[in-house]
Design a protein around this ligand. Sequence first.
Ligand code: DX5
Ligand code: ZN
Length: 214
Amino acid sequence: MIVAPSILSADFGHLADDIRMLDRSQAQWVHCDVMDGVFVPNISFGFPVIKAVSALTDKFIDVHLMIEKPERYVGAVRDCGAHMMNVHQEASTHLHRTVQQIHAAGMKAGVTLNPATPVVLLEDIIADLDMVLLMSVNPGFGGQSFIPGVLAKITRLKAMIAESGSKALIQIDGGINTTTGAQCAAAGADVLVAGSAVFNAPDPEAYIASLAAL
Ligand code: DX5
Ligand code: ZN
C-alpha cells in the first residue's frame, strides 16, 4: 500500500522535524492539502510551504488542491516541486484542458471527487488520469469520520478503470486509520492518505508502517 501522510495534521512549529520523520518512514508520498476558504470552508497553506517541504525530502510530493479554478496555478504547483497535481472535478469546469496542462507541465494528473459526486462523471476522462482521489469525508478539515459509502465507490471506480484500460491509481482521503484503511485496501485502493491518525499516534513512524502493510 502506498501511504501518503497528510501534513495538514503536522506540527507547523516544527514542520522540518515532521518531514524528516516522514523521510525516514515507509511513506512513499507526502500529501499537501491546499485550501482556499472558498471551495472549502477553511484555509490551510500555500506554495511557500509546499516548496519548503519538497526541499526537505525526496519523497513523491502529492498536492491536493481544494481550491476554485485550480488550473490558474499549474505552473506555480510545478515550481514548488510537486510530482502530482490533484484537482477537484467540482472545481474545474474544463477538466480535460486542466489535465492536459498538468501533463504538459511535467506532473502526474489526479482528479478528486467529493463524497456526493458519482464516479461515472469521470468516465470520459479516466483514460487520461494517473490517479483518482475519492474523498471519504467532506473536504476542509482533518480529523473527521470516514464515510463508509466510499467503499462501494471504490468498487465502481475499479471496474471503470479496468474497462477503460486506464492505469489510474485509486487514492482515498479522510478518516483513514488501520481499520478503515484495511476496508479500503480490500475494496481495491492503491494509495491511503492519513493525517490525524498518523500525527496523533504515539509512534507515527510505526503507524505509517502498519498502514503500508495493509
Ligand atoms: C481533508 C483533507 C485530508 C485531511 C485528512 O479535507 O483533504 O487530506 O488532511 O485528515 P484525516 O486523515 O485526519 O481525516
Ligand atoms: Zn487531502
